[in-house]
Ligand binder design. Structure first.
Ligand code: ZN
Length: 119
């Protein structure tokens, strides 16, 4: 069986409880829940999304390197999960924000990701 992510170190911030330490692990990886379909997956199967406050408002962006600060949401890299998450405002819940969230970039990114990753 392939061991993925074993021994990987996660950055920690002072005074902050790391979520990765509270969830069970499969293949040595933290498990995340896709906010679109609510299925649980090792985090490498999901893409992290964060929101950023830009001049034009709150924008959901894909955090490819999983390095951006702030609350993240996890999604399967497919358009359906993204659309579901947007429809039920799951991203707003995950980010704990009430203001409208711009997701056009996110949708465009995911459409692109799909064509790259579907072989
Ligand atoms: Zn999903």
């Amino acid at each position: 069986m392939l061991i993925m992510g074993a021994g990987r170190k996660f950055p920690s911030k002072r005074g902050r409880v790391l979520e990765v330490e509270r969830v069970p692990r499969v293949f040595g990886e933290p498990i995340r829940t896709c906010v679109g379909c609510r299925r649980r997956e090792p985090q490498s199967a999901l893409i992290r999304v964060v929101y950023q406050n830009l001049d034009r408002g709150s924008v959901a962006v894909v955090d490819y390197n999983r390095a951006l600060p702030g609350r993240g949401a996890w999604l399967h890299p497919n358009h359906r999960c993204v659309m579901r998450a947007i429809k039920k405002r799951a991203l707003n819940h995950a980010f704990r924000i009430r203001q409208p969230l711009e997701t056009e970039d996110l949708m465009a990114r995911y459409a692109a990701d799909m064509s790259e990753k579907t072989r």
